[in-house]
Design a protein around this ligand. Structure first.
Ligand code: HEM
Length: 141
């Protein structure tokens, strides 16, 4: 049996600590806080389960939430490069906060840097979400 990053981190609870540290920063972020719902608890739990699963701990995320489909799940949120940068900055700072072992830290950092840009779904200057483009219907593909 191979040792997963989640094992090296000390098990699924390590990702609960990481997500707590991350959300403490999101709560102070004027751009990101307004994207998140009033009740942060369900999202915190989902993110911690997702990360634990991604890094090899349990399949609990998928058994509760189904396939991650992260781009689809993020489609309702206007994630431009600035928002994505803020998200990644807070997650990288949270990795520091929790004091992961170097190999865990490197793996989480590498994932965050690689995955965050894939969730960008808007560019500066795009019309606000929900409004049709000025010169015609929204493209559907
Ligand atoms: C590595 C990058 C990211 C990962 C792995 C990630 C992962 C997740 C996961 C697993 C969820 C919960 C999905 C569910 O309900 O099952 C979630 C929700 C969410 N994410 Fe992300 N995300 C990332 C980047 C971002 C970025 C860049 C933003 C915005 C700037 C963002 C904003 C949100 C919001 C607003 C929610 C909803 C939270 C809630 O409903 O309480 N995420 N994300």
């Amino acid at each position: 049996m191979t040792t997963s990053i989640a094992d090296l981190a000390g098990g699924p609870d390590a990702f609960v600590r990481l997500v707590d540290a991350f959300y403490a920063r999101v709560e102070q972020d004027p751009v990101l806080r307004q994207m998140y719902p009033a009740d942060l608890e369900p999202g915190k739990e989902h993110l911690a389960l997702f990360l634990a699963q991604y890094f090899g701990a349990t399949d609990l995320y998928s058994s509760r939430r189904g396939h991650p489909r992260l781009r689809m799940r993020h489609a309702p949120f206007p994630i431009d490069p600035e928002a994505a940068g803020r998200w990644a900055t807070h997650m990288l700072a949270a990795v520091e906060d929790v004091g992961f072992a170097p190999e865990v830290r490197a793996a989480v950092e590498e994932y965050v840097v690689r995955a965050t840009p894939t969730l960008v779904n808007r560019l500066p200057g795009d019309p606000p979400v929900g409004l049709p483009a000025a010169d015609g219907p929204m493209p559907t593909t």
